[in-house]
Design a protein around this ligand. Structure first.
Ligand code: ATP
Length: 221
């Protein structure tokens, strides 16, 4: 059975980097669907420049309707208080048929802060993870996986072992952590917000639907 992916973030706003890497993960793991899950109140980011949750949701929704297998979820927006990933994962696990594999997708930057997330240890008991990495030559790949193994051993569990052929950290009881190289795309929402503030074009960095929405609503000025 094809799995589904959970891709959480601030999406302030959704950009072409998010879409490109999600397409690659979807194809690489043969996923049926990826849920984009905008956070209501992100526990780890400032809220200074944060667009309304419903605006961030609508920007994703407008784009998703044109893409097969991508959907937006409002689960974090409708939950009270900070958006904790553990609550979202539990919500989806309850909702989905038990046989449907469910992967949590995140960038390497996010993964390396996972020890600051609420009940993060429990995430490894709940779902396999897909950590998006930069493609590296073999020697650098070895250095990266060694550094990650050190992090996982220090913060999660020392029985995780890196399996080179499958680019995956395996554990006898917990879920695996897959490393998945994606095309490096030098776009971030921060960059986009800064360009808008300076009156610069954001074409090519966001889909047209998002660009139109931002301009129509006067976001990030
Ligand atoms: P900001 O600049 O506001 O921090 P962002 O685009 O970096 O925004 P989020 O919207 O929170 O961050 O991103 C959601 C997820 O997408 C994170 O796991 C992040 O690692 C990943 N991500 C964001 N931009 C890229 C990119 N260009 N390539 C690969 N992954 C990305």
């Amino acid at each position: 059975m094809n799995g589904i992916g959970l891709f959480g973030g601030t999406f302030n706003p959704l950009h072409s980097g998010h879409l490109q890497v999600a397409e690659e993960v979807k194809a690489g793991f043969n996923l049926e669907k990826i849920y984009f899950i905008p956070s209501a109140v992100p526990p780890h980011k400032g809220t200074d420049d944060l667009a309304e949750a419903m605006d961030r949701y609508r920007m994703i929704d407008a784009e998703m309707s044109a893409r097969r297998g991508f959907v937006v979820s409002d689960v974090e927006i409708h939950r009270r208080g900070p958006s904790y990933t553990i609550d979202t994962v539990r919500y989806f696990k309850d909702k989905l048929p038990a046989a449907t594999p469910c992967f949590l997708i995140m960038g390497m930057d996010a993964f390396l802060e996972i020890d600051t997330w609420k009940s993060y240890q429990k995430l490894f008991d709940q779902v396999p993870m897909i950590v998006m990495t930069r493609p590296l030559e073999d020697a650098k790949q070895t250095v990266q996986s060694a550094a990650l193994e050190k992090y996982i051993h220090a913060h999660v569990d020392a029985r995780y072992k890196y399996i080179t052929p499958s680019s995956c950290f395996d554990h006898p009881e917990k879920h695996p952590v897959h490393l998945f190289p994606v095309t490096p795309i030098n776009i971030s929402s921060t960059k986009i917000r800064n360009r808008i503030r300076r009156g610069l074009s954001i074409k090519e960095m966001v889909p047209v639907t998002v660009e139109n929405y931002i301009h129509k609503k006067g976001l990030y000025l």
